[in-house]
Design a binder for this molecule. Structure first.
Ligand code: GLY
Length: 439
């Protein structure tokens, strides 16, 4: 069968999806929108076409390409495309699509809605308060005994819309700051600051049934020891050892069952990948899972460590989602540990403009030697591969456990540089489970 698949994404997550579809014998061509120049190297020799001139929200153009190419499937992998209603539009046109509708995806693009949903369906969540006016929020903060708050933009903010404030002064400053996000911060939330260990869990649903795929742990801060400003994700490891089978069962019954059933009750059945951003909080000697946020897509870089381990045919899985039937699919992971380390431009997440266009040295040699590297903010020109963004690429290491996987990832990373010593990466990705494994 000569199926063409469209992946709507341009980063490391999109690269991992291209790789997953390319492994399917049912797929012969992949179109990535906008895609990146490294994707073709992870496509098992399959044809990859990218469209850097388009955005993930170029709805009309994506629909037109889908028709022109008679595609078998469109995978809408990016949050802003979900908010733009790309899934709804493709469905109206009769094009098979994996991804949630705009209404189901409201769980991500409207965080105030998501918290009200959790409250309604008794899904464990921190206490929250919704505001539109900064003055009212500040007045509220001043009246509370509580000092620590999480201040969150309700709309999409490219992963930057969350500020953790440890004092009343920081919380007040954050309420001013959140308004700089423009429309995304028109509505914002003040949330109870939970203390615990975070995880990202992924489930796939066809609208009626769901299955858990796996879980990972992201590292959002730019520096070692979880120091410095938040980023889109500096690296990731899987599987998280904190998620024992007992705890996974609790997450299933207390969170996922209620989430998917609640969405059905609301008339918003969920189709596609649901990303549960959770936290395990210690309460009276028990581990209690809470929802930090929902995302209507794969995580980035979580997709980069989980998708390579999916043993079932990813095209068959996605086609089942698009058809509305994933029953009978034997979803599995290969049981290996994986660690992804992000290679970023020096200066990221601040100003990294001076690194743009600088040559990445050692990358092609590493890939030729068998390393798995997914591109993100990367371009190819006459010099070879060059930096073209904050997060440039991800090196993926695998092994029998996280210690081995991490060693393999850093072995590759140590051979790559950016001219002018402009490569930054964290050296402690997976530290929690490396410490657990060492005892
Ligand atoms: N790993 C964070 C995110 O994808 O939003």
């Amino acid at each position: 069968m000569k199926n063409t698949v469209i992946v709507v994404d341009g980063g490391g997550r999109g690269s991992a999806l291209v790789d997953a579809y390319a492994r399917s014998p049912y797929v012969y061509k992949i179109i990535a929108i906008p895609g990146n120049d490294l994707m073709a190297l992870n496509a098992a020799g399959k044809e990859v076409v990218i469209h850097p001139e388009l955005k993930t929200t170029s709805v009309d153009e994506i629909v037109a390409i889908s028709k022109r190419e008679s595609v078998a499937l469109v995978d809408v992998a990016q949050d802003n495309a979900v908010e733009a209603g790309l899934v709804d539009k493709l469905r109206e046109e009769g094009i098979p699509v994996v991804g949630p509708t705009r209404l189901a995806g409201q769980l991500e693009w409207d965080k105030a809605y998501a918290r009200e949903f959790m409250k309604k369906y008794s899904i464990p969540h921190p206490a929250f308060y919704v505001f539109q006016e900064t003055g009212k929020a500040i007045e509220f903060i001043q009246e509370q005994a509580e000092q620590s708050w999480v201040i969150k933009a309700s709309g999409l903010a490219e992963g930057k819309g969350v500020i953790i404030a440890q004092s009343r002064e920081e919380a007040i400053a954050a309420c001013e700051e959140i308004k700089r996000f423009g429309k995304s911060g028109d509505v914002f939330l003040l949330e109870q600051c939970l203390v615990g260990e975070e995880f990202s869990m992924y489930a796939v649903s066809d609208g009626t049934h769901y299955q858990i795929i796996g879980a990972a742990q992201d590292h959002k801060r730019v520096g070692d020891g979880d120091k410095g400003p938040n980023t889109g994700g500096m690296g990731c490891s899987t599987p998280p050892l904190i998620l024992t089978p007992l705890l996974t069962d609790k997450i299933k019954t207390e969170i996922l069952d209620k989430t998917f059933a609640g969405l059905q009750t609301e008339g918003r059945p969920y189709t596609g990948i649901l990303y549960l951003g959770g936290m395990i909080v210690q309460e009276n000697g028990h581990d209690v899972p809470y929802v930090i946020e929902y995302n209507a897509r794969w995580g980035d870089p979580e997709a980069e460590v989980l998708l390579p381990g999916v043993t079932s045919d990813y095209f068959t899985l996605s086609a089942g989602v698009a058809r509305g039937d994933i029953t009978g699919l034997d979803l599995g992971l290969d049981g290996k540990a994986r660690v992804a380390v992000a290679g970023t431009s020096k200066g990221y997440p601040g100003d990294y403009s001076a690194v743009k266009g600088k040559r990445i040295v050692g990358l092609e040699e590493a890939i030729q030697a068998g390393a798995k590297v997914y591109g993100a903010g990367i371009k190819k020109n006459e010099q070879g591969y060059v930096a073209n963004g904050g997060r440039i690429f991800y090196v993926i290491g695998e092994g029998a456990n996280v210690v081995e996987a991490r060693k393999n990832a850093y072995k590759v990373m140590s051979k790559i540089t950016i001219e002018g010593n402009n490569l930054h990466y964290r050296t402690d990705i997976g530290w929690r489970d490396v410490e657990r494994q060492m005892v």
